[in-house]
Design a protein around this ligand. Structure first.
Ligand SMILES: N[C@@H](CCC(=O)N[C@@H](CS)C(=O)NCC(=O)O)C(=O)O
Length: 288
């Protein structure tokens, strides 16, 4: 970890024009860049299944592997997929083939090769909606229920950056602790948990009676948070206080497809770095 900058945060005066200081420290500083586009030429592998997923088992990655496993568990054989590992710590997201699928250089990225022309997809929310619509599953067609599902799905897309990029960054990854930043994002993350806790006090799932892609998107982030599994912040944020959120987090965690999906594209400890067949996950589950 790098040294804290010589100046105190309160002494910092922004220069007229920001410049890229590669030595600014913090975890992930090596992959953060102020420019987009590829850094190197590298084609992506293509397997035999209709869906080719390029991802990693972070919360954003888990949303999609959980959705694919849920679809397979529900009998949608067309949801078979190859999952390839993208190591974001090593900069795989900046390879030319990956950037062709996701110009934003972030996992998860998906190619739908089931039709006459391949379709590229990036942003986990877009991927979940595409899969749900394609298979007619986990996204209700009743207008009110569909609206509620999409509202919670997009709530996740807008909220998680405050949890990850805000709270997680300043509490766990920044090279030194800044009270102002940690305070601001702890407040917001607790407010978000209260939003979920109230909703899950009045409904079994986020969209109501049905388990939907909204639960699949929110659980990897806020289910893990509620169980004290992210940023070592369970006690700091008093996550056990959010009883309805904890009830829901436990309930989703028990789903077999969730237990399968969360392991995919994870290297080490019971993980499945690459998934090309259901048996790849079966083997990891047997060992666990
Ligand atoms: N809003 C995006 C977020 C994706 C995202 O932030 N992915 C992270 C990993 S969790 C990533 O690939 N980071 C690599 C980088 O920023 O270079 C989504 O939901 O798909």
């Amino acid at each position: 970890m790098s040294e804290a900058p010589a100046n105190h945060p309160a002494d910092y005066v922004p220069p007229k024009v920001w410049t890229w200081n590669k030595e600014n420290g913090g975890r992930f500083a090596n992959i953060n860049r102020p420019i987009a586009g590829p850094t190197h030429a590298k084609e992506l592998p293509v397997g035999k299944h209709p869906f080719q997923l390029y991802s990693l088992a972070t919360p954003n990655g888990q949303k999609v592997t959980i959705a694919l496993e849920e679809l397979l568990a529900a009998g949608h054989k067309g949801a078979e997929y190859d999952a390839w590992l993208i190591n974001i710590g090593q900069g795989d997201q900046f390879g030319s083939g990956f950037v062709d699928v996701n110009p934003n250089s972030k996992i998860p990225a998906l190619m739908d090769r089931s039709g006459p022309e391949p379709i590229r997809l990036f942003e986990s929310g877009a991927i979940l909606v595409h899969l749900a619509e394609k298979f007619g599953a986990f996204l209700p067609t009743d207008p009110a229920k569909r609206a509620e599902t999409l509202s919670w799905l997009f709530w996740q897309m807008g909220s998680a950056p405050y949890l990850g990029g805000g709270f997680g960054h300043f509490y766990a990854y920044a090279p030194f602790k800044i009270e102002y930043a940690i305070d601001r994002f702890a407040m917001e993350v607790k407010r978000q948990m209260d939003v979920l806790d109230r909703r899950l006090g009045e409904a079994e799932y986020l969209a109501g009676d049905d388990y939907t892609i909204a639960d699949m998107a929110v659980w990897p982030w806020y289910g893990a948070l509620a169980k004290g599994q992210v940023y070592g912040a369970g006690e700091f944020l008093a996550v056990a206080d959010y009883k309805n959120l904890n009830r829901w987090a436990d309930q989703i965690a028990k789903r077999p497809a969730v237990q399968r999906g969360r392991r995919v594209n994870r290297a080490g400890d019971g993980g499945v770095p690459e998934r090309h067949d259901a048996s790849d996950i079966d083997k990891a589950l047997e060992k666990a």
